[in-house]
Design a protein around this ligand. Structure first.
Ligand SMILES: Nc1ncnc2c1ncn2[C@@H]1O[C@H](COP(=O)(O)OP(=O)(O)OP(=O)(O)O)[C@@H](O)[C@H]1O
Ligand SMILES: [Mg+2]
Length: 962
């Protein structure tokens, strides 16, 4: 961009990049005289933007790009024409806004058009053509019959005036096909396309419509009996009655003082009306086309689908202005004045935005600079547009005067006003001037435009400015049965008698639109494409030096060339180079400037300065100077009051390069943050799900427990079956079952009488050890355990008590806890009848036959290691001792007392860690250190007996009572 020759792609890229990087709306102003290549340049810009923004290849973006390009084809068909300066001259001004979304992809656009040269529809100079659309329709032989166009193009008046219907460089037939294709891409329906061509055909027919005078004041349409009856065809094509068309063309309906009457037209007025109708038909069609295209391109559609981005992209716009170029013809009329005035305005804008602002800036920034003289064309703009005294104001005034004000009177009035104006002259003011040589008409005046002198003829100025169209035509077309055509004429709906305000004149509309265009462009960062026309021959490879030098001079490009010669390159983006910096011996320009704030903001991320500059500022001159020092470019910058000015592009490149390098680690940090944020969100979501699950599980468990509570609350849950539950509740169910058991026991215990509570406690203890022996329990928990049964079931209680008392005195135990009669097994595997007494310290074996003397020594409870009992009803007890000589006895009782014995024993051994109770079908025991297994048999015996059945087996024989 800085080092290569100017290229349109580079300008488009610069405008697009400025929008993207600096978020500033931009516009590209294309200027140059007619035929210099403005329209071509605008197409290249459009193609470039469509290509660079189309990376993602999304269907929608491609559609928009496609439409943007195809609209050009339609607009050129209907708005371009052959002139003596350009075979494809734009006869309207076009400003196109391209809208971009937040990704900077094109999402729509809007076209604004300026003054279509509609007079061309009815009149062309020699060597010029009407708009391309007419020739394209006539080239399509297939459909001519449909439109009644049987004659050769040369035979149609509106087509043939330039005497060049066919030109080599234009292939109308091919262009017609392209236009049809473009219509389809943009979205026109078949009906709409057909109506468009019908209107064109109508205008061609209107051109050949002739009138015949009746009596000097009235006229009639000339009809023919063959297929070329124009009125017939116009009626068919417009879908209106022939009589209505005829009366609209030959008479006028006038309303005065609430009375409506018809006034007949003479031939001249009728031709005037016909031409006005043709021009208006074409103008309305053109406006309708632009409106239609804008609707297709509008963001509304996109917004509806992507409302999310609505606010963001509203501001992202690149405007492209391709407006008719400065033109000088043999015969210059009102249109040329408007076109050339438009070019003056653009030049003025260029001066305002680039040259003047530049000068102001140097002054305000206190920078030394050398002024380059330039011509300020404000004086010419004022001459034309100034309110009340400008040429256009005079024209408007002349149009407003009722009566017979002619073009000549208008000329006289401006001659008077501007007789001393440097840029104005006329035949009347300076008849001797060489410009007027060989001319003897007082209809001419001259304006010295910035681009050259142009002689205008005032002929038709007033008419063109008034642009009158009789309401009869509006009503006629509004009532057409073709709804598309009718929609182009909404103002035809008004009644004849309704009062309408005088419409604005063409000059006023044009001047206003130029002023608003200037405002629009100056609100954006402008980029300029200056087109130079190399020759007037419309051919390649001819370089007319004088013509080119002239253009360079008036476009203000000479200064540009001087800067280039000095080695500084002009780049549109940095238009500032028009001024030459001169505080050094060598003259230098600036390639870039920026506010300190923006400069430091942009370059503070460069690696070597990042650590020193605080991320939040201050972003002032010192910080900017620090950056330049660090990068060693201090000699190449100048510090203004609020801005820094960079001279050499290389310094700017260096800054940009370092910035791009500095961006990488920052991008990585940003990526890290975004990734971690994304992961955190995922984690958070999952975590939330888990929390929700937990809450739900708790809720379910609570429900389950409540359900259990209800179920078991009645009668402490007696006979209630534990409900089926989910498998996930298995663990908690076991705990719950235990809890329930404990709770139930506690409840039962609390309800028991106090005297039974100690028994109950023993029963629980026994239960704990005898789980596999379900039958141990008494039928009722209310059954009390007395323990010392020899006090109750003994016929010699006194002897027993006496013996116990003696033992208590001797051995110092507290009380007898349990006593029973039993058959005991001795070390010879023989039986002895004994009374087994369990006290709180010892176990005694007393002989029940002889006053209960103690047999052998007592057994200390400390020596007891455990018990073994059978899992059946047997009352067999094996007390395992440390000595490995177990005490084996069978209790002689009718009631099951194994549980009671185990309960007492367990309570006594509660503190002993190694006490255990074995419950087995076949109990093992050690007798005299020999191991035996005791198995139970039932036989017809009277008493319980132990028999040694083998060396390791002892049979416990029980009376068979089953
Ligand atoms: N870049 C180009 N490459 C090839 N030919 C070009 C180029 N630019 C212009 N031309 C030729 O010049 C002709 C006129 O160009 P163009 O229509 O763009 O002029 P213009 O400046 O738009 O004129 P006007 O003001 O009359 O609309 C084109 O039809 C084409 O033949
Ligand atoms: Mg053009």
């Amino acid at each position: 961009m800085f080092e290569r020759p100017a290229h349109i792609f580079a300008i488009a890229e610069a405008a697009y990049r400025t929008l993207k990087q600096r978020l500033i709306n931009t516009c590209i102003v294309i200027s140059g005289e007619s035929g210099s290549g403005k329209t071509e340049a605008s197409k290249i810009i459009l193609r470039y933007i469509a290509a660079v923004t189309n990376m993602s290849n999304q269907a929608e973006i491609q559609r928009i790009s496609n439409i943007l390009i195809q609209t050009n084809v339609i607009l050129e068909t209907f708005g371009n024409s052959r002139t003596n300066r350009n075979d494809n001259s734009s006869r309207f001004g076009k400003y196109m806004d391209l809208n971009f979304d937040y990704k900077f992809d094109p999402i729509g656009g809007k076209i604004q058009h300026y003054l279509l040269e509609k007079s061309r529809v009815v009149k062309q100079q020699i060597g010029e053509r009407n708009f391309h659309s007419f020739y394209q329709l006539l080239s399509n032989k297939k459909s001519l019959q449909e439109y009644g166009l049987y004659l050769k193009p040369e035979d149609y008046y509106y087509i043939n005036q330039g005497q060049c219907c066919k030109i080599d460089r234009i292939d109308d037939k091919k262009d017609y096909e392209k236009a049809i294709e473009a219509f389809k891409v943009v979205g026109f329906t078949q009906d709409e396309i057909s109506t468009i061509w019908k209107i064109i055909a109508t205008i061609i027919h209107l051109g050949n419509l002739t009138f015949t005078d009746v009596d000097g004041e009235h006229c009639l349409i000339v009809r023919s009996n063959d297929q070329n009856d124009q009125l017939e065809w116009i009626s068919k094509l417009l879908d209106c009655e022939p009589s209505d068309i005829s009366s609209a063309l030959t008479s006028r309906v006038v309303a005065a003082r609430n009375e409506v009457f018809q006034s007949r037209q003479n031939v001249t007025r009728a031709y005037y009306g016909r031409d006005a109708l043709s021009k208006a038909l074409y103008e309305r069609l053109f406006e309708w086309l632009i409106k239609y295209i804008n609707k297709t391109l509008s963001q509304d559609d996109y917004e509806r689908r992507n409302s999310f981005h609505k606010r963001i992209y509203d501001s992202f716009v690149i405007g492209v202005l391709d407006i008719y170029g400065f033109e000088i013809f043999e015969n210059n009329s009102f249109e040329q004045l408007c076109i050339n005035y438009c070019n003056e305005k653009l030049q003025q804008l260029f001066i305002e935005l680039v040259l003047k602002q530049e000068q102001d800036e140097y002054e305000s920034e206190n920078i030394t600079w050398q002024h380059i003289d330039y011509f300020n064309n404000k004086i010419i703009c004022d001459l034309i547009e100034q309110s009340r005294i400008g040429i256009l104001a005079h024209l408007d005034e002349a149009c407003q005067i009722v009566g017979t004000v002619t073009d000549e009177i208008f000329l006289k009035s401006i001659n008077k006003t501007f007789k001393n104006h440097k840029h104005y002259s006329s035949w009347e003011l300076t008849p001797g001037d060489k410009i007027w040589k060989n001319i003897d008409t007082n209809k001419l005046f001259l304006i010295r435009h910035y681009a050259g002198d142009v002689v205008y003829s005032v002929d038709g100025f007033l008419d063109k400015n008034r642009d009158t169209l009789y309401d009869d035509f509006k009503r006629l077309l509004y009532h057409s049965k073709n709804s598309i055509l009718s929609s182009m004429w909404p103002d035809g709906e008004k009644s004849i008698t309704s009062v309408t305000r005088r419409p604005l004149t063409t000059a006023t509309i044009f001047r206003n639109s130029m002023i608003s265009l200037s405002d629009l462009l100056s609100s954006k960062q402008p980029f300029y494409v200056r087109c130079i026309k190399p020759n007037d021959e419309k051919t390649a490879n001819i370089f007319d030096q004088i013509r080119i030098e002239h253009q360079i001079a008036y476009l203000g490009l000479l200064e540009n060339v001087r800067v280039r010669r000095a080695g500084k390159i002009l780049v549109e983006k940095y238009l500032e180079i028009f001024y030459i910096f001169s505080n050094k011996k060598k003259k230098k320009g600036f390639c870039h400037r920026a506010l300190y704030n923006r400069f430091v903001q942009r370059y503070k991320i460069i690696d070597c300065v990042r650590s020193k500059l605080h991320p939040y500022g201050p972003f002032n001159k010192e910080s900017a100077s620090y950056i330049c020092n660090e990068l060693n470019i201090n000699n190449d910058v100048v510090y203004g009051n609020t801005k820094i000015f960079i001279k050499q592009p290389t310094s700017l490149f260096q800054l940009e390069k370092k910035r791009t390098e500095g961006l990488e680690p920052i991008v990585v940090i940003l990526q890290k943050h975004v990734r971690s944020w994304k992961q955190f969100r995922i984690f958070h979501r999952e975590n939330s799900a888990i929390r929700i699950q937990n809450f739900y599980r708790k809720y379910r468990a609570r429900n389950y427990i409540n359900q259990l509570n209800e179920l078991f609350s009645d009668r402490l849950g007696k006979n209630v079956v534990w409900p089926q539950s989910r498998s996930s509740f298995t663990t908690i169910n076991n705990v719950l079952k235990q809890m329930y058991q404990r709770w139930r026991i506690k409840q039962i215990e609390q309800r028991l009488p106090i005297k039974l509570q100690s028994t109950f406690e023993l029963k629980l203890l026994a239960g704990k050890y005898l789980q596999q022996r379900p039958l141990f329990f008494d039928k009722s928990i209310y059954q009390e355990w007395h323990g010392d049964y020899l006090l109750e079931e003994n016929s010699r209680v006194k002897e027993y008590q006496k013996s116990i008392n003696e033992l208590r005195t001797k051995d110092n135990f507290n009380k007898v806890i349990f006593s029973t009669f039993a058959v005991k097994l001795n070390s010879h595997i023989k039986m002895d009848e004994r009374a087994i007494i369990l006290t709180d310290k010892y176990i005694y074996k007393l002989d029940p036959k002889k006053n209960f003397p103690i047999k052998k020594s007592h057994i200390s409870l400390d020596d007891v290691t455990g018990l073994s009992v059978t899992s059946g009803k047997e009352q067999l007890i094996v007390i395992h001792l440390v000595s490995n000589c177990d005490l084996v006895f069978y209790m002689q009782t009718k009631i099951d007392r194994v549980g009671e014995f185990v309960g007492h024993m367990a309570k006594l051994k509660q503190k002993s860690s190694n006490f255990s109770v074995n419950v087995q079908r076949y109990v093992s025991t050690n007798i005299a250190k020999h191991k035996y297994v005791i198995n139970t048999v039932w036989d017809r015996v009277d008493k319980v007996a132990f028999n040694k059945s083998s060396s390791n087996n002892i049979s416990l024989v029980l009376p068979d009572v089953r």
